[in-house]
Ligand binder design. Structure first.
Ligand code: A3P
Length: 297
């Protein structure tokens, strides 16, 4: 493992744990390598569900939907999600079944036994422009040593396009999971977009429920969709913020909830930034065999 200090265009430094080709955030325990080797060796338990995402693409949102479907109640999870990436071995061992294993890892870093036993997986993706805005806003709100970023949006967007943010580039991450699906066409993994979830949350809850095989009645699915609308979740997670989330926030607000919109990037990208993005990164995005929506009509 190597500690990498990556300056943005203005010289503002981001610090990573770099291992096996990936820039990991400082939150990954220890030297990252030992932690990931532990994760790779984890044993599958019946009913485990893997929730894989690139950061800022709706992880907490989808986690709540999964939690409600698996518990059979339209009630929020009182605790912060346990993450394969950041939770200690003790926290991971103490997680009760059925377990939701949240991760931003690439397929090559998720537990081998989980994949061999064909555990159910969900990969949520979000258009890369809104993801960039959410990423920047999140990093500016953080109070985690080694992860706090004081840079400007204009410098961040270039760093993001170059893929020197935690977990590398959006394209590399999404491509890795799309390739995983292509190479394992029968693997039970559901690829779903943030934009589709925004368009019709009730339908998305049904899709996820069908994928998990939870077989709930329509009244429960209605209630879950309604509880997981942004306004409802924002209120709950702001009023009842967990101690874990409060600790990592600079101002005590919940950094995982902000606007919850599709197309907010238009309020951030200047014409020049948008052109730069479309000339470089968007071309790579368009090569990925997956529909990506930047606005909702
Ligand atoms: P914004 O910063 O654009 O508002 P993650 O959980 O992967 O960190 O993703 C965080 C993003 O998901 C934030 O996006 C957050 O507001 C949004 N989000 C959280 N709950 C949501 C919900 N119920 N509906 C829509 N977006 C939600």
């Amino acid at each position: 493992m190597e500690i990498r200090k990556v300056p943005d265009a203005d010289g503002e430094v981001m610090v990573y744990k770099f291992w096996d080709g990936v820039h990991f955030p400082g939150k990954v325990p220890g030297d990252a390598k030992t932690h990931i080797e532990y994760v790779l060796g984890k044993t599958y338990k019946q009913g485990d569900v893997l929730l894989a995402t690139f950061p800022k693409t709706g992880t907490h949102w989808t986690f709540e939907i999964l939690y409600m479907l698996l518990t059979g109640k339209a009630e929020y999870c009182p605790k912060s999600p346990v993450s394969l990436d950041y939770s200690t071995q003790e926290e991971q061992e103490n997680l009760g079944s059925p377990r939701i294993l949240g991760t931003h890892f690439y397929p090559k870093h998720v537990p081998r036994d989980f994949l061999e036993k064909r555990g159910k997986a969900i990969y949520v993706y979000r258009n890369p422009k809104d993801t960039a805005v959410s990423y920047y806003s999140f990093m500016k709100r953080l109070n985690i040593p080694g992860m706090t970023y004081n840079g400007k949006w204009d410098a961040f967007i270039d760093t993001y396009m170059q893929g020197t943010v935690p977990y590398n580039s959006w394209c590399e991450h999404v491509s890795a999971w799309v390739e995983f699906k292509k190479e394992n066409p029968d693997y039970p993994i559901l690829l779903i977009s943030y934009e589709d979830m925004k368009k019709d949350l009730r339908r998305s809850v049904q899709l996820i429920s069908d994928h998990l095989g939870t077989g709930h009645d329509s009244a429960l699915l209605d209630a879950i969709a309604s509880k997981c609308e942004f306004k409802e979740m924002f209120k709950e997670k702001t009023e009842n913020i967990s101690e874990t989330d409060k600790k990592i926030s600079l101002d005590g607000s919940n950094p995982f909830y902000r606007k919850g919109d599709v197309g907010d990037w238009k309020n951030w990208f200047t014409v020049a930034q948008n052109e730069r993005f479309d000339m470089t990164m968007k071309k790579e995005v368009d090569k990925i065999d997956l529909p990506v929506e930047y606005t909702l009509t």
